[in-house]
Every structure is written in C-alpha cells, then in structure tokens.
Design a protein around this ligand. Structure first.
Ligand code: NCD
Ligand code: ZN
Length: 350
C-alpha cells in the first residue's frame, strides 16, 4: 500500500519536458522559477519570430544560459520550430552539434505564435524522415485548427486525422504528444507499441473546464489545449500516477502578463513554474501515489529522450500549508501564478 503518512520524499531532481521561457525581460523574470527546482527543460521555440534554425536555437540557448541565476545549474534543451521551409540538413546538423534536442510541430494557427506552423504535412516529410533516422523526437502540439471542429474536440480529431497517418508514414519517428488533455490521447498513447509518449501539464491534472467557465470566466485558467470535462482530467491523473513510462511531466508553464491575459481577447497560457512541484506532490499524494512522483517528474522523461536521469536530488516535505506569491513582477508587468484552488502541503526544501 502506498504510504499516506509519508511526510518526506527525496527524488531525483526533476526535468520539465515542455516549457515556455520567452525572451528579454520576461525570460530573466521567469527563468529562476524553473531553475530553482528543475535541472533541464525542453524549451519551446514559439518566440516572435520563431526559433527555426540551428543558428536561432544556439543564440536563444546562449541568452537563456546568460539569464541563469548564480548558483543554479540548468541545461536548456532546445527545440526547432518546424516550418514547411525547414531544411533537413540544418536539423541534422543542429542535432549532431548538440544544439537542438527535438523539433516542435505546431499546426499553423493552433496556439500562441504558431502562424509559421505546418499546413501541408507532406512538405515536412523529408525532415521527419531525417529525424527518424537520427532518433530525434518530434514534439507535437496535437490540435487541429479547422474552425468547424469544436475546440473541445480538436485533440481527439488531431489523433485520427493527423497523428495516426503521420506515424504510419514515418513509423520510426519518436513522437511526444504534448500537454495531452483527453482520455482519447491517453488511450492512444497506451495502445501504441513504440515511439510514442505524452507529456501532461500540472494544471491539466487539477482543473477541468468548469474551473474556466462556471461562476464567471477565469482567464488565468485559459490555456491551449483547453481543459476538458472532469472525466478527462481523471484519466490524466490516472496516467500520470500510474508509473507508465510513456507519461511524463511537461508543465507548459506559459507566462503572459496580466494585461495580456485580462482583455477581451486574452492570451492562452498558465504560469505554473513557481508552484509546480508542490501542486504535483499534492495531486500524487491525494491519489495515494506519492511514490510515483519520481517516475513522472524525474525518470520517464529522460528515459524516452535517451538521456540519463539527474544525479542530484530534491527533497519534498509535507506540513502546514505553503503559500506562493499570487504573481511575480516582471519589467513588462505582473504575471499571475497558477492558483490550484486548494491548500498545498508539500514544499521543496531549499
Ligand atoms: C502557449 C504559449 O503561451 O506560448 N500557450 C498555452 O496555452 N499553452 C502555447 C502552447 O503551448 O500552446
Ligand atoms: Zn506550450
């Protein structure tokens, strides 16, 4: 039986397999919130303009490295933003030089800053074939963008329309279905025999669509893919706490200033970097599975990416509720921190 009385837990230092750090003042403000607890992160390339080439990724990596707070150790694992003009040779060279860990696929128009994404999947097939050959994973934002498809169905439709045919054409390609939000995606990953994994965010383990829409609209709970109904959230929790090696943490921590969130057309994205480990520990503990937190946050991700887990550890302790600031200040304005809506009892020892 899992130990509900456990009040202290030491795990390998976690990694975040899907993170938005932005650039400039925002990068400097949000990066310490991740480097405090995480050793590595897959860095999303949806800047304006996007991080498309090896040269862009190397320059962005250097800006991130320059912003790491003194005393912290952190390795940004860079991604290239896949466009229909991406050169397979550049991808191969970026991977060989250790500049890029993965390639990111945004269907054009799917989310924040995705206008340069892919419309015609045949055009990117040569890139995907090179990636399959060299073992470089494709990180996928799995939502169709057609306006006639209901926003709550866009992930499930993407699996049938795009992902299944794509994986059939390039079966050796390693694919990470990112920030999965549905039972459909969980089932698809579970039923696949190889080369497929999924990240799950902190917030999708905690909120469902009622949190966004019932009793007044809550822009700080709006993100893409949008949270679905409760049955889907439960499926995500079950997958996360199961220990199944194909599911691991990608916070999708996506900071936007309050000014950009709180307007008539607010941005999608939830900022979870500061309190993610406390939130996750609460969720795993409530499920009686705190002993699986290490698999989800620290072991399954490196395993899929072919990297070794971190050598050092963090220790979480359970006690009186721990509080986090409601927002962090940036030169661009305040950024609201995710509010899980319940007390957090687990903290990471500093
Ligand atoms: C992300 C962002 O703000 O860059 N937003 C979000 O809602 N998750 C983009 C993304 O990952 O879809
Ligand atoms: Zn994201």
């Amino acid at each position: 039986m899992p130990d509900r009385n456990l009040t202290r837990l030491t795990i390998r230092r976690p990694d975040d397999w899907h993170l938005h750090l932005r650039d400039g003042a925002m990068l400097r403000a949000v990066l310490p919130e991740t480097t405090r607890h995480f050793a590595r992160a897959i860095i999303m390339p949806n800047l304006v303009p996007p991080v498309v080439t090896a040269a862009h990724a190397a320059a962005y990596r250097d800006r991130i490295l320059a912003a790491i707070p003194e005393g912290d150790t952190f390795t940004p694992l860079m991604t290239l933003y896949l466009t229909e003009a991406t050169d397979p040779k550049d991808v191969r060279a970026a991977h060989a030089a250790g500049i890029a860990t993965a390639v990111k696929l945004y269907p054009a128009g799917a989310t924040t800053n995705s206008a340069s994404g892919v419309r015609d999947f045949e055009k990117v097939r040569p890139v995907l074939e090179v990636m399959a050959e060299i073992g470089m994973p494709l990180c996928v934002h799995g939502e169709v963008t057609d306006h006639e498809i209901d926003i709550f169905d866009r992930e499930a439709t993407f699996i049938d329309r795009i992902l299944k045919p794509l994986r059939k054409k390039v079966p050796d390609l390693k694919v990470v279905m990112e920030h999965v939000t549905t039972q459909d995606a969980v089932d698809y990953v579970r039923d696949s025999s190889k080369n497929l994994a999924a990240t799950i965010t902190t917030h999708h383990l905690i909120i469902n669509r009622n949190h966004i829409l019932a009793g007044g609209i809550k822009p700080h709970f709006y993100c893409l893919p949008v949270a679905k109904r409760e049955a889907h959230r439960i499926a995500l929790v079950q997958a996360a706490v199961s220990g199944d090696k194909r599911f691991f943490l990608g916070t999708d921590s996506a900071p936007h200033t309050d000014a950009l969130k709180l307007q008539s057309c607010g941005c999608a994205g939830i900022f979870t970097a500061p309190n993610t480990m406390s939130c996750l520990a609460e969720v795993f503990d409530a499920a009686g599975k705190i002993n699986k937190l290490e698999d989800f946050a620290s072991l399954n991700g490196p395993r899929f990416y072919g990297l070794t887990p971190n050598e050092d550890t963090i220790t979480l302790t359970k006690g009186d509720p721990v509080s986090y600031p409601a927002h962090i200040d940036t030169e661009d304005g305040p950024v609201t921190v995710f509010d899980p809506g319940f007390d957090l009892h687990w903290r990471v020892e500093e």
